[in-house]
Design a protein around this ligand. Structure first.
Ligand SMILES: Cc1cc2nc3c(=O)[nH]c(=O)nc-3n(C[C@H](O)[C@H](O)[C@H](O)COP(=O)(O)OP(=O)(O)OC[C@H]3O[C@@H](n4cnc5c(N)ncnc54)[C@H](O)[C@@H]3O)c2cc1C
Length: 497
């Protein structure tokens, strides 16, 4: 049986994936004296879901852009502060939401605020409501949300028909916005336990408080994290094809290693330990064939059951703004919609799934720039459209909502493609109705674990990445903490030597 006193002095480590989890893990191991490390990355650049691109006159973030829960407890906030990256950040905790309807009306801001607060409160308390009311069927956020909304709507009987219709449309918009936060197509895909498991790192709600924004903040931070990693330790454009583990593979100097990482280019790397930080989307797609021997059934089941969906961004550049200078977010309400009618994916009218558009400020820096967010099947679908198709649909959309048929064609459009990216296959994770928080722990369990006592070398496969953080999944800080967690597991394993 392997134990601490039979371990090699200088283990050979491979980190698969150079997203923030992988880079964080490798950086921590290097600073703790581990020298034999290779980071193997499929793409031509590190960062994974931290990625920026040139658009119009500015650089925009394709992936992460907000620090959720900006406090000293948040390692992203802390590191950004240490590296002087917070100077230009803007607080987007309480954005000015301006809601337009497809009947060319502007919703009363007080009504908007009231309905938005009610909606957020239901969602945050969903698991408690389900418990208190002993719902037997409740397993999705939609189950609880819609029951509560029905009661809410009953109280609106005295409202004028127009107002009632607008409020229902607004609730429908807010549901879509919530789906974007979970990268889900519908709240019926997300477990009622999502908010019980997910914690904000500063005890604030992630969608309404403690949100800092600055373009390129995350790519800049990643560059800082990469500074401790010697360039030759990062192998780019080297997709991993298969991981052979629990074996005994001989190197040229006749040393034996339990793990052999096979790359698509025909090369291989031997290792004592592999930290795997590829996305849950990639694990879902390749989990069966990626490992030899297969992963234990329970782990494979967790991978398949956990939630991982697509959220895409649509960047839009206008010649001139149609929005008020105080507006931070433009919400689009379809007055005929109600949250109480079943929402099926609607690819023919995909733009109806883009509930909000964020305004970039200051204008001198970004020009007249908006970014829309879209999730679910519609988010996957728009990746197949040409930019011209997206631009003309959205020009029609804004003409309809503003009532200004003369609104000029969009100057420039850019759509992110997280679903068709073979090294991401979606955007981020959530607790699906088929999963539980325990499944996150199951996914995270290293193999073989110390307790197994099988005689095999311990901790050959370690699992990091955003989806492996039970409380902070779907975020950059969750990803970074997961990388550090796995690095610490190895540091601890070798610490008594
Ligand atoms: C549109 C969008 C918006 C977001 N907004 C925010 C936000 O505002 N705030 C926030 O905190 N978080 C946000 N997130 C989430 C955040 O970006 C992720 O949680 C985090 O970046 C994930 O890091 P990771 O290291 O776990 O995974 P990844 O960044 O996905 O890294 C995994 C790496 O593995 C590589 N890889 C995959 N397969 C292979 C293979 N076979 N061989 C070798 N390498 C491979 C990939 O190329 C990638 O570089 C957003 C994500 C998206 C997509």
């Amino acid at each position: 049986m392997n134990s601490k006193n039979t371990l090699k002095k200088s283990p050979k480590l491979v980190v698969i994936g150079a997203g923030i989890a992988g880079v964080g893990a490798a950086g921590k191991l290097l600073t703790h004296g581990f020298t034999d490390i290779q980071i193997v990355e499929a793409s031509s650049q590190p960062g994974g879901r931290i990625k920026s691109s040139l658009f119009g006159k500015s650089t925009v973030d394709e992936g992460a852009q907000y620090i959720h829960g900006a406090s000293v407890k948040n390692p992203i906030f802390q590191l950004a502060k240490e590296h002087g990256l917070l100077q230009e950040t803007q607080d987007r905790s309480d954005p000015e939401l301006s809601v337009l309807t497809n009947m060319q009306k502007q919703m009363d801001p007080d009504v908007t605020k009231e309905v938005k607060n009610l909606s957020s409160s239901i969602l945050r308390r969903a698991h408690l409501i389900a418990q208190q009311k002993q719902y037997t069927q409740a397993n999705s956020l939609a189950d609880v949300y819609l029951e509560e909304v029905k009661m809410l709507v009953a109280q609106w009987d005295g409202d004028h028909t127009d107002l009632r219709r607008q409020k229902l449309g607004l609730l429908s918009m807010l549901m879509k916005w919530q789906c974007v936060h979970h990268a889900a197509g519908s709240l019926s895909e997300v477990s009622v336990h999502e908010y019980e498991e997910y914690n904000t790192i500063e005890d604030h709600d992630r969608n309404s408080q403690g949100m800092l924004y600055c373009s390129r903040l995350f790519p800049n931070l990643l560059e800082k994290l990469l500074e401790v990693i010697p360039r030759e330790k990062l192998l780019l454009k080297k997709p991993v094809q298969q991981i052979l583990w629990n074996g005994s593979f001989e190197s040229e100097d006749r040393s034996l290693y339990p793990v052999k990482v096979l790359c698509e280019d025909g090369g291989h790397i031997l290792a004592d330990h592999v930290i795997l930080s590829i996305s849950l989307g990639c694990l879902k797609a390749n989990g069966q064939s990626l490992f030899q021997p297969r992963l234990p059934e329970q782990k494979l089941n967790a991978i398949q059951s956990m939630g991982f969906g697509t959220m895409n961004k649509i960047y839009l550049e206008f010649e001139a703004p149609f929005w008020d200078e105080n507006t931070d977010v433009i919400g689009l309400v379809w007055e005929e919609e109600t949250p109480l009618s079943r929402q099926e994916p609607n690819l023919a009218e995909w733009w109806k799934s883009a509930p909000v558009f964020y305004v970039f400020k200051p204008t001198e820096r970004y020009g007249h720039l908006l970014v829309g967010t879209i999730s679910g099947k519609e988010a996957e679908f728009i990746e197949s459209l040409s930019l011209q198709e997206v631009a003309s649909s959205l020009t029609c959309l804004f003409r309809q909502f503003t009532g200004r048929s003369s609104l000029p064609e969009l100057k420039n459009v850019f759509v992110t493609k997280w679903f068709s990216n073979p090294y991401t296959r979606g955007s981020y994770s959530h607790i699906s109705i088929n999963s539980t928080g325990d499944m996150i722990d199951l996914l995270t369990e290293p193999l073989p674990h110390a307790t197994e006592g099988s005689g095999s070398p311990m901790l050959q496969l370690l699992f990091a990445g955003e989806a492996t953080h039970r409380s902070y999944h779907s975020t950059t800080h969750g990803a970074l903490l997961s990388g550090w967690r796995e690095a610490e597991r190895l540091i601890d394993l070798y610490s008594t030597k």
